[in-house]
Design a protein around this ligand. Structure first.
Ligand SMILES: CC(C)(COP(=O)(O)OP(=O)(O)OC[C@H]1O[C@@H](n2cnc3c(N)ncnc32)[C@H](O)[C@@H]1OP(=O)(O)O)[C@@H](O)C(=O)NCCC(=O)NCCS
Length: 160
């Protein structure tokens, strides 16, 4: 492993927001979350939100967030800096969110993903998410979203 590339996961804090926005703007140039958006999400920690970041010697390399209301969890975001994709980080971040969903006794985890985002769909399918519906125009005209769901068992045990 190259020096400075060991990645650790930890809870997201307010001082991570500028770096997260930079990654956000690079990955989602059409509709990036703003600093205000991240502040609003972090204001929900720990009541309804769980947010994680991945960090290595170069700084912030990814983040992920979960919203949980009434035992139903929603993946709000999963993002890995472009130069660190394809090395298992998205999977580690998603596993962190699923662990949080289980701690909160969620019965299921839902998410929306762009219909043409095959990389993210493969990530979710690999963790047992199944496509349950299509939302036409969810991301704008002609930009459809798939809704995917992972059912969790009683008391946080994975029911698959
Ligand atoms: C989607 C994303 C978070 C995945 O993160 P990552 O660190 O690259 O993913 P991982 O290396 O952990 O790969 C996990 C799985 O995803 C799939 N995957 C990842 N990149 C892929 C690609 N380019 N093509 C196809 N499948 C891919 C693989 O099935 C992989 O499984 P494997 O470990 O058995 O090979 C990352 O590509 C990203 O940030 N994309 C831009 C932002 C985004 O689209 N976020 C999701 C919004 S819903």
């Amino acid at each position: 492993m190259t020096a400075g590339t060991e990645v650790r996961l930890r809870p997201m804090r307010w001082w991570d927001i500028p770096d997260a926005v930079e990654i956000e703007q690079a990955l989602f140039p059409a509709s990036p979350w703003t600093e205000a958006g991240f502040w609003s999400e972090l204001a929900g920690v720990p009541a309804t939100r769980d947010y994680l970041v991945a960090q290595d010697g170069t700084g912030l390399v990814g983040y992920a967030g979960l919203l949980t209301v009434a035992h139903e969890a929603d993946v709000q975001t999963v993002a890995v800096r472009a130069d660190r994709q394809g090395r298992g980080l998205g999977g580690r971040l998603l596993d962190g969110l699923l662990a949080a969903a289980r701690r909160r006794d969620s019965s299921q985890v839902l998410l929306e993903v762009a219909a043409d985002n095959t990389a993210a769909q493969a990530l979710y399918a690999g963790r047992g998410f199944e496509r349950i519906s299509l939302r036409r125009g969810y991301y704008g005209p002609g930009l459809d979203a798939l809704v995917m769901r992972l059912r969790l068992g009683e008391r946080g045990v994975d029911a698959r």
